[in-house]
Design a protein around this ligand. Structure first.
Ligand code: SF4
Length: 169
């Protein structure tokens, strides 16, 4: 059965990252995961827009979740999330399953299990965008798994993520 994954923008395009966060090992990790996914001819990938880029542009400095948890940023996230939910609903009507969202662990916006609330110390929790996207999908009646790309050992391993991706139906 054909399936589609929604992915955070920078997993495919690392140049959207905040200043100083573009690192070769991170790019390699995301390319490995996406490369393996695209080997499956039944799998499609939708790259979502980067909410932080739309909010503060490319010159932004890395910041914690508290800098993004405000009405203006939430509105940007909501627009992206509502559009993604609309597209997802259209695919599902045509029999293509939207199975998961692949976010970026540790991100104040796209973190799934890990984010940075106030400091540079990672904590368990969801990023602002992930939270809003999940809500938009639920409101549209679409059940998706939330998975995060682990860019540090603390967040998990690529092997573990690959197993979860393979297990998606
Ligand atoms: S906001 Fe999301 S898509 Fe944009 S750089 Fe951060 S993790 Fe990537």
């Amino acid at each position: 059965m054909r399936r589609i994954l929604l992915v955070s923008h920078c997993i495919l395009n690392p140049y959207s990252r905040a200043v100083g966060l573009l690192r070769e090992e991170k790019v390699k990790a995301s390319r490995r995961i996406i490369g393996a996914l695209l080997q499956d001819l039944e799998t499609g990938v939708i790259q979502l827009p980067c909410p932080e880029l739309l909010y503060e542009g490319l010159g932004r400095k890395p910041a914690a979740r508290e800098s993004y948890d405000n009405p203006e940023f939430r509105e940007i996230c909501k627009k992206i999330a509502d559009q993604a939910a609309k597209i997802a609903a259209e695919y599902e009507r045509e029999g293509v399953r939207i199975t998961a969202y692949l976010g970026v662990e540790g991100s104040p916006s796209c973190g799934v299990e890990w984010t940075h609330f106030m400091t540079d110390k990672p904590e368990k929790g969801r990023g602002v965008f992930t939270e809003i996207l999940y809500e938009a999908m639920s409101n549209a009646g679409i059940k998706i798994s939330l998975l995060g790309l682990p860019e540090k050992e603390k967040y998990g391993s690529l092997e573990e993520l690959s197993r979860k991706l393979e297990a998606l139906t």
